[in-house]
Design a protein around this ligand. Structure first.
Ligand code: FBP
Length: 419
């Protein structure tokens, strides 16, 4: 068989292990090809043959640089024709698409388009955002564990720094798109002074002014108590859930309407942390002068060396994808679940995950993003403890990852608590 593997969307730690897992599970004599620059390589017929030398060079490493990736959505009939031609030129029997919710949606439509040319399409759940989950089957995608451990180290360092220098507030935006799962996980791991969760803000129907008051009041509480320093965590998708707001020359307004190829707003480019810090400073200016720094943690974690958990998990996902190919499936996504016990694996029909959503192009069929469930154990744990985290001495600084078996196989707290 000839199997092609495609990285799609943003990188996530463990991608190279998915490929290693596919390679390990392939029958001798079968060929694995890697699409260069992800979907772009698939459309243009740009591939690299993946042999044992390349596989061993990249096994266990972070990043997607073995092949490169892109956010191209294969959607037009011309693009589907080009892929069909590539399938025929390279005698491809199967394509494994390693991607998030949008890329797996694309994998579903590609599977339909390629059925006539007998080419199977299998998806593998990838994304640091944690927003691709399937209840009862897939508790998380690969990459989330490593990325959140890296962000937790960085946030932990800031917590120690501000408690040491006693003078700064750090406003930290964390990647994750519309879902605040990354932020919730990092909050549980580091116990910072103030954390915003977009799903809660949306449920309370807060405006930007409500958010500014909430943060300002908590900061004032600490200032009055003589602790004029702390860390504020802000999910990347915060602005998306706030009703349109007007601030003079609003930074956010510059970015409204700009979307990626799948119709997602480019939240990573919105300087939400800066905007919020400025507005809070303004709000508090009559009482005190807020001294702050802003940070955005996202790219730092997307390509980190995968944790042992992510290496094992991604390899298992790759092996499962290969098995689905050999068993003749198409339009399925590989899963590995029951992570607290004996791991279980298999395939999930992609069409069972689709729902209708309004995107830039109107109503489209996509895989629903998993958001923070406000009734989940993980969120409730956060709600129970956040007031005490606001006070001195509650924070945690996990430090660098140790990569020793026991510590590095610890599941993300949100996954552990919610399973
Ligand atoms: P995927 O959905 O492709 O996994 O990417 C996730 C992500 O890391 C988001 O958290 C972030 O908003 C986005 O990528 C940033 O994308 P870009 O690489 O285009 O800046």
């Amino acid at each position: 068989m000839n199997i092609a593997v495609v990285f799609s969307g943003g990188p996530a730690p463990g991608g190279h292990d998915v490929i290693s897992g596919i390679y390990d599970a392939m029958n001798p004599g079968d060929q694995l090809l890697g699409a260069l620059q992800g979907p772009i390589g698939l459309v243009n017929g740009d591939f690299q043959v993946l042999d044992s030398e390349i596989i061993e060079r990249f096994r266990g490493t972070g990043g997607f640089h073995m092949l490169g990736s892109a956010r191209l959505k294969i959607k037009s009939s011309e693009q589907f024709d080009l892929v069909r031609a590539v399938v025929s030129n390279y005698n491809l029997d199967a394509i494994v698409m390693v991607g998030g919710d949008d890329s797996n949606t694309n994998a579903f439509f590609l599977a339909q388009e390629l059925e006539a040319v007998n080419c199977q399409v299998i998806g593998v759940p990838k994304t640091i955002d944690g927003d691709l989950q399937v209840e009862g089957k897939l508790p998380i995608s690969f990459g989330f564990d490593t990325a959140t451990k890296i962000y937790s180290e960085l946030v932990g360092n800031l917590l120690v720094d501000c408690a040491s220098s006693l003078k700064y507030w750090h406003f930290v935006k964390l990647m994750g798109r519309s879902s605040s799962l990354v932020t919730l996980e990092v909050a549980l791991q580091t116990q910072p002074h103030i954390t915003l969760i977009s799903e809660e803000v949306a449920s309370k129907k807060w405006t930007i002014n409500d958010v500014v008051s909430y943060v300002g009041e908590r900061i004032s509480e600490r200032v009055i108590a003589g602790t004029d320093y702390g860390v504020v965590l802000i999910p990347e998708g915060l602005l998306e859930v706030l009703p349109p707001f007007k601030t003079p020359d609003s930074l956010a307004s510059q970015f409204r309407g700009k979307t990626d190829d799948h119709g997602n707003i480019n939240l990573s480019k919105m300087p939400t942390e800066q905007l919020l810090a400025e507005m809070v400073k303004d709000e508090c200016s009559k009482q005190f002068d807020l001294k702050y720094h802003t940070h955005f943690y996202g790219y730092e974690g997307r390509c980190g060396k995968p944790s042992l958990f992510d290496q094992c998990f991604a390899t298992a996902l790759g092996k499962t994808a290969a098995r689905l190919v050999y068993d003749g499936y198409t339009g399925y996504m590989a899963y590995v679940g029951n992570l607290n016990g004996e791991w279980e694996d298999g395939g999930i029909a992609l069409d069972s995950l689709l729902h209708e959503e309004v995107r830039e192009a109107g109503l489209v069929k996509v895989i629903a993003k998993t958001l923070v469930d406000l009734s989940s154990k993980a969120f409730q744990e956060f709600v129970t403890n956040r007031d005490s985290w606001l006070k001195e001495g509650q924070f945690k600084s996990p430090g660098p990852r140790q990569f020793c078996a026991e510590e590095d196989m610890v599941l993300p707290l949100t996954v552990e608590m919610n399973s």
